[in-house]
Design a binder for this molecule. Structure first.
Ligand SMILES: Cc1cc2nc3c(=O)[nH]c(=O)nc-3n(C[C@H](O)[C@H](O)[C@H](O)COP(=O)(O)O)c2cc1C
Length: 343
């Protein structure tokens, strides 16, 4: 976590700077008309935000999880715990994850683990936090960058299908910052996944983080991955019945609104919380300010809720527009009204 605080985002942009929302100077809405509530995993969130997977396993990380859980509860956000694999090996670590449910009894809590565990193991992890959903994380680049990381990535698709069969809650496929492509999303969909967290690049960079821990990748590899916005466009353009979480370099209310306008159902943030958990920050005040600004952006776009935000025009310029062209993604062919203006 300390390295995540000091390692800069990037090195390339997450792509939100190439997306423009159109101001609606005559929105015909009042502040109280703006409703950010979002349905997710069978519950209602007060806003389309997920505190994404971060930590667990030690006493200190248990305290962080409890703090985040209390914020999730207070502001009606979803929350995922960090990778829980260690809890299968060391029962003394369970509390660092389970505390989240004690603090946030009714909220949306998501368990998190590797996609290579067996169905019995993931069911135990889901139980530990009375999870509403399970994230399976995909992090090939991070594993290869780590000196002690995994080297065998065979059998994931079959294993996911088995997990989906046995898991009592919906399963979410989650990249950790290198971005799912549409091809990966298609494979995941065929395996039975119906919720994807795209985890694109431009935010927290695990290749850069691991390189400072004596990893195998040098600086030339820091640019690995596809930008969050490109990854999001790839997945949305498939027009599959998926719920989509946009994560990776989401750093502001404007980024959240852009992600929703592009077709995401929720935005996931981790680095934003990591920075604001540091001494000297008033986390609650900053979340409150983020939500105020998010509501303001909705009003300024004339969008009264998330569904209406997804129909608002947006302009896509620069590298993201190039990306869509290069990948044959034609915004004007989409019936949903998304991506209506590409320059
Ligand atoms: C310190 C740290 C630890 C993380 N641990 C996990 C993890 O255990 N499991 C996981 O799926 N993602 C993990 N992530 C990835 C985040 O959930 C998120 O996908 C990624 O950081 C990109 O979002 P960001 O740019 O907002 O940080 C971690 C991120 C950070 C910064």
């Amino acid at each position: 976590m300390a390295l995540a605080v000091t390692t800069p985002d990037g090195p390339f942009s997450s792509g939100f700077d190439s997306i423009y929302l159109m101001p609606d100077a005559l929105p015909e809405l009042a502040w109280q008309d703006i409703d950010l509530r979002t349905q997710f995993l069978g519950k209602w969130l007060d806003c389309p935000l997920l505190i994404n997977a971060l930590t667990g396993g030690t006493e200190a990380s248990g305290r962080i999880n409890r703090t985040l859980a209390s914020m999730a509860s207070r502001f009606g956000m979803g929350m995922a715990v960090g990778s829980m694999t260690i809890a299968l090996e060391d029962p003394s670590t369970i509390e660092s994850f389970a505390g989240v449910r004690e603090v946030n009894r009714d909220g949306v809590i998501i368990a998190n683990c590797s996609a290579y565990l067996n169905a019995d193991q993931v069911c135990r992890l889901v139980d530990m936090v009375a999870a509403d959903g399970l994230q399976l994380h995909f992090n090939v680049a991070q594993e290869l960058a780590m000196a002690e990381g995994d080297r065998d990535f065979r059998g994931a698709v079959e294993n996911i299908a088995r997990i989906i069969d046995d898991c009592p809650v919906p399963v979410i496929a989650k990249e950790v910052g290198f971005g799912f492509t549409r091809e990966a999303a298609q494979k995941l969909f065929q395996a039975g996944i119906r919720i994807i967290d795209n985890g694109g690049s431009g935010g927290t960079n695990f290749v850069a983080i691991e390189s400072q821990r004596g990893g195998n990748f040098d600086r030339d590899m820091f640019g690995w991955g596809i930008p969050t916005v490109a990854s999001l466009a790839e997945i949305v353009s498939l027009q599959l019945p998926l719920q989509i979480i946009a994560t990776g370099g989401v750093r502001s209310a404007l980024d959240v609104a852009k992600a929703i306008a592009m077709g995401a159902d929720l935005a996931g943030m981790t680095g934003w919380f990591v920075q604001r958990m540091q001494p000297g920050h008033d986390l609650a005040q900053q979340i409150s300010s983020l939500l105020y600004q998010l509501k303001a952006v909705f009003l300024m776009c004339g969008a009264h809720d998330c569904a209406s935000m997804q129909t608002k025009p947006l302009v896509i310029l620069g590298p993201t527009a190039e990306w869509l062209r290069a990948r044959g993604i034609d915004p004007s062919s989409w019936s949903s009204g998304r991506y209506r203006a590409l320059v």
